[in-house]
Design a protein around this ligand. Structure first.
Ligand SMILES: Cc1cc2nc3c(=O)[nH]c(=O)nc-3n(C[C@H](O)[C@H](O)[C@H](O)COP(=O)(O)O)c2cc1C
Ligand code: SF4
Length: 283
């Protein structure tokens, strides 16, 4: 341990001794048990090998009330302080979460790119397995390209019907295809935009992480007065239909892990539709 410019340097951990109150908050928060503090006695020390075990989750920095530590890989300045005035209570959060609807009718006008960027900015904070943050995004901003992708989904359905694939009957693809051929898009709902979460195929954390990030995105969209809907048909086709995969042109080795239609809602809701009571076993 060396003292440099008033800070103790211990491999990947910097502690500002003048700020540190030796309360052990950082050690308590570390999910990996990488920091050791004798409360009231010593400043935090990293255990041997901590730098390789560290998840870069930032819990240690953000749980320190005195902003007394940084990691070589994670700076205090990059961790945004919480604003008390923006605190959301359960009642407000519950209304937002319950009133989120799957939006299937969109105004044709495009969103501002900055509005989509604000949603991505929120979604990047969604939890990811081992904090791997494995996701990348494809924003299909061009409505004509969204329509082209929907046409690939329709072609996939026609192929599934030809094969008499069991999924074709289960998903009523005959009706969907007839409707598509008649000019109505029940596949991507004439949405002006499509947001695709993609990641390397081999990453085992990616599917759940994508689902959570897309869910976060969808809720953020609802909070912003925008509308989104899970693109389930698209996602099934993206996993199976080569022409769609080619049209998506994702980076080498990446696959789609889920997608959302996005736009300005053309339907307004005044009530929250009821849902089943939770089916719970308590032990
Ligand atoms: C699919 C998934 C699995 C996870 N599994 C565990 C787990 O088994 N144990 C654990 O302590 N944290 C688990 N986490 C939490 C992540 O480690 C955590 O999201 C990540 O470190 C980022 O921290 P944050 O959620 O506080 O932003 C999991 C998260 C996800 C999304
Ligand atoms: S960043 Fe997370 S895992 Fe790494 S030392 Fe801090 S709390 Fe522990």
């Amino acid at each position: 341990m060396k003292l440099i410019h008033g800070r103790f340097f211990m491999s990947f951990l910097y502690v500002n001794e003048s700020k540190c109150k030796k309360d052990g908050a950082c050690a308590m928060a570390c999910p990996m048990g990488l920091l050791q503090v004798e409360p009231g006695q010593s400043i935090p020390k990293a255990i041997p090998g901590a730098e390789t075990l560290c998840l870069q989750c930032g819990h240690c920095l953000c749980a320190c009330p005195h902003a007394a530590l940084s990691l070589t890989t994670l700076k205090m300045e990059d961790c945004v302080p919480l604003k008390k005035e923006l605190h959301v209570g359960l009642e407000q959060a519950a209304q937002l979460l319950k009133s989120r609807r799957s939006i299937r009718r969109y105004k044709s006008e495009p969103l501002e790119r900055c509005d989509i960027e604000a949603l991505l900015e929120t979604a990047r904070y969604a939890p990811t397995g081992k904090n791997t943050q494995p996701l990348s995004w494809l924003v299909v901003y061009d409505a004509a390209l969204v329509h082209t992708l929907a046409a690939h989904v329709a072609d996939w359905m026609k192929d599934m019907l030809r094969q008499q694939h069991p999924m074709a009957a289960w998903l009523q693809m005959d009706t969907l295809v007839k409707t598509w051929d008649a000019g109505a898009d029940l596949l991507l709902r004439h949405a002006p935009h499509l947001i695709v979460a993609h990641a390397p195929k081999a990453n085992p954390m990616a599917p759940q992480s994508a689902t959570i990030a897309l869910t976060t995105f969808e809720i953020a969209a609802a909070a912003a007065g925008l509308g989104a809907c899970w693109a389930g048909f698209f996602q099934l086709a993206a996993g199976m239909w080569e022409p769609l995969q080619k049209a998506l042109n994702l980076p080498e080795g990446h696959i789609s892990h889920g997608a959302l239609m996005l736009g300005r809602p053309a339907v307004k809701y005044y009530r929250i539709p009821t849902r089943k009571q939770p089916d719970v076993i308590w032990r």
